[in-house]
Design a protein around this ligand. Structure first.
Ligand code: UGA
Length: 441
């Protein structure tokens, strides 16, 4: 099949590369000339494990190509996917659909023959209707169907998530368009992946319901973690104890500094607005948004408390800045709230992240940040060392060396990397999430 993918961000690039791996001919189109130029040179604009090899292999095989020219990209298209960004609109938190609608208009102008237009971007309920209206208005003679096919991949494990998904959701109204999608996803049919066919509006809502449910699940365990600290319980054991109940499930019960990234914060806010617009408020998700926002700020207080109540003139070492490991993505990362709060409280802050230093420098422009070259550079002279992202390379530090290098042996582990190691035995004050602090012996 011939697939056109509009947008070469996370969703577009990963989906396009994976469809080509399935054996389809895929052309990825983007308006950003520098991005296309880089992709044509074999450079991948995002950090995603395995993506570079996957792209190279399929370009080499002649199944994957890149262009700035939508007309060229759509010449033989059986299906055109919209995989452009839907950021939070400034000011009101609604999803900004201007890129989606612009893509719809351009698709209409370049259609030839029956075309299936598939929305893969995360879009509010009813967006497919508007895309259909725009195409119909631009090209009244066009033969097409508009579908919704949300993507559930996670940054850092995006290829695996696409290739071995828990399910594929397709919102399609006509049998003809369903046949195109069945053909596109045939390799997954062979693996017996559940394919959920439903209406377009339902499919659009499934995506938001999935992300907001997961955000609520994380927020729930985060609040339970706070209670654990007060009552002397262990949140990891609680998570295991409840997660083994098949009705609850053990995934996404890892307590931490609050969820971030390009999806949960934006999608929770957007669904809250949709629900308000339809006069059917989602109070539970409104609360999730507020609790999570407050939580990120409270993490700085936790670090200040661990330092004895004041960090004025002290050095705080921060390991990990990205919103989660295996990505360079800094969007809505807890570090963006925590580091400025520490600076405001009078500390000098040393930071290191294996992949996100470039992006972090652009977002954290405050004075007082020292950008370090590696882990031990951060540790040198720190009064408190705090883990904000659970990168593997932070999991096996040499604590004899760490202790000698730090000004004070105080660790605030916001990702529970070391909960199972008794760092107090090694002479550290150890503070984590969801367990009582253990002070140095
Ligand atoms: C999320 C969803 O997991 C994907 O299914 C979805 O496709 C994607 O959003 C999207 O809509 O595009 P992603 O944002 O890449 O994927 O990352 P997650 O692994 O879900 O993590 C999100 C945030 O939750 C991170 O800040 C992470 O640290 C936090 N988290 C996750 C926890 O604090 N605890 C957990 O147990 C799991």
């Amino acid at each position: 099949m011939h697939v056109t993918m509009i947008g070469t961000g996370y969703v577009g690039l990963v989906s396009g590369a994976c469809f080509s791996e399935f054996g389809h001919e895929v052309i990825c189109v983007d308006k950003d000339a520098s991005k296309i130029e880089r992709l044509l040179k074999g450079e991948i604009p995002i950090y995603e494990p395995g993506l570079e090899d996957l792209v190279a292999r399929n370009v080499e095989a002649g199944r994957l190509s890149f262009t700035l020219d939508l007309a060229e990209g759509m010449k033989n298209a059986d299906a055109v996917f919209i995989g452009v960004g839907t950021p939070s609109r400034r000011g009101d938190g609604h999803a900004d659909l201007s890129y989606v609608y612009a893509a719809a208009k351009e698709i209409a102008e370049n259609m030839n023959g029956y075309t299936v237009v598939v929305d893969k971007s995360t879009v509010p309920v009813g967006t497919g209707d508007e895309v259909e209206r725009i195409i119909r208005e631009t090209r009244p003679d066009a033969d097409f169907d508009v579908l919704s096919n949300p993507e559930f991949l996670r940054e850092g494990s995006a290829i695996e998530d696409f290739m071995r998904p828990d399910r594929v959701v397709i919102g399609a109204e006509s049998e003809r368009s369903k046949d195109v999608m069945r053909e596109l996803y045939r390799p997954l049919y062979l693996r017996e992946t559940p394919i959920v066919f439903t209406t377009r509006r339902t499919s659009e809502l499934i995506k938001y319901a999935a992300n907001t449910f997961l955000a609520a699940k994380i927020t729930f365990i985060n609040e339970i973690a706070d209670l654990c600290e007060k009552v002397g319980a262990d949140v990891q054991a609680v998570a295991k104890g409840i997660g083994l109940d098949g009705r609850i499930g053990g995934k996404f019960l890892h307590a931490g500094p609050g969820y971030g990234g390009s999806c949960f914060p934006k999608d929770t806010r957007a669904l809250v607005h949709t629900a308000q617009d339809y006069d059917s408020p989602l109070t539970i998700i409104e609360t999730v948004v507020k609790v999570n926002d407050d939580r990120k700020r409270k993490m700085a207080d936790k670090i200040i408390a661990a330092a004895g109540g004041s960090i004025e003139g002290k050095t705080i070492g921060i390991l990990g800045l990205a919103f989660k490991p295996n990505t360079d993505d800094m969007r809505e990362a807890p570090a963006l709230d925590i580091v400025p709060a520490l600076l405001e409280a009078g500390a000098k802050v040393k930071v290191y992240d294996p992949e996100s230093m470039g992006e972090a420098r652009e977002l954290m422009t405050q004075d007082g940040i020292e950008w370090c070259d590696d882990t031990y550079d951060v540790i040198e002279g720190a009064h408190v060392l705090s883990f904000l992202t659970e990168w593997n390379q932070f999991r096996a530090l040499d604590f004899d060396k760490v202790k000698k290098m730090m000004a004070e042996p105080v660790i605030v582990d916001l990702r529970n990397i070391y909960t199972l190691v008794d760092l107090s035995e090694l002479g550290f004050d150890y503070h984590c999430i969801g367990q009582a602090s253990r002070l140095r012996k």
